[in-house]
Design a protein around this ligand. Sequence first.
Ligand code: KIV
Length: 295
Amino acid sequence: MSTTAPVSQQNAPKRKKVTVRTLRAKKRRGEPITMLTAYDYPSAVAVDRAGVDVILVGDSLGMVVLGYDTTLPVTMDDMIHHCKAVARGAHYPLLVGDMPFMSYQVSVEEAVRNAGRFLQEGGMDAVKLEGGRERIETIRAIVSAGIPVMGHIGLTPQSVNQLGGFRAQGKTAAAAKRLLDDALALQDAGVFSIVLESVPGKLAALISEKLDVPTIGIGAGVGCDGQVLVFHDLLGLFDRFTPRFVKQYAQLHEVIDSALREYVDDVLSRRFPAAEHTVEMKPEEWEALQRLLGE
Ligand code: KIV
């Protein structure tokens, strides 16, 4: 058996694998939880190396990796394919697989079977699914199969057609009360954490205070127990559009565009490949070849 550590673990400081208990303990201590999406091996290695607590293999991959306009076309097979790559690259964060549209809405049995695939085939530690009180029975069944579930309320992108677009939720008193009731019902059903997406900051802070399980905000202000962003948004890799709540820490699409243009120019002008990128035969072998060829 090889004793060599995986590439992503070499030279890494000693860390403990994050579990759902770690997240609860962080909430109790008032320590913010960090979460980021990742969709493939290199992004998983980078996010793991940055010391992030939770990696979400989000169905947002449909938009930022596969080029769809929404997350709706993403399938279970798409998700499992990307989860496997992330699981090969990340070892310390808690790994959460996002259940895609129609993988948990048709029946409770199908939802449990699909949730199981994320752990058995995808190498994930937990699953996430969207929705409030209408998902309680499904969540209870998945949790009782031994699979940790993360909830997701507020702007739930799989319901974009019902919501009438990607818009903030919970802005009236009645809508805010419904979100709070949903959050309490999800906690009661056994979720270990809840994503709050695009909800007013004060409401997110109130929900976070009322819950024992940690909330993870995206476009929900600083009062949540943790924060999540989409990898491509944070790095400026996806230039089609950037939601208002995203902070871009880099504009990598500009770096990539300029590197690719330089490569094309180099090939057209024969500056690449240069001598240092080229393997050569020893002179005596070259001469022997010429003799063989009678030149
Ligand atoms: O799919 C995703 O990336 C998500 C996050 C935005 C929470 O659900």
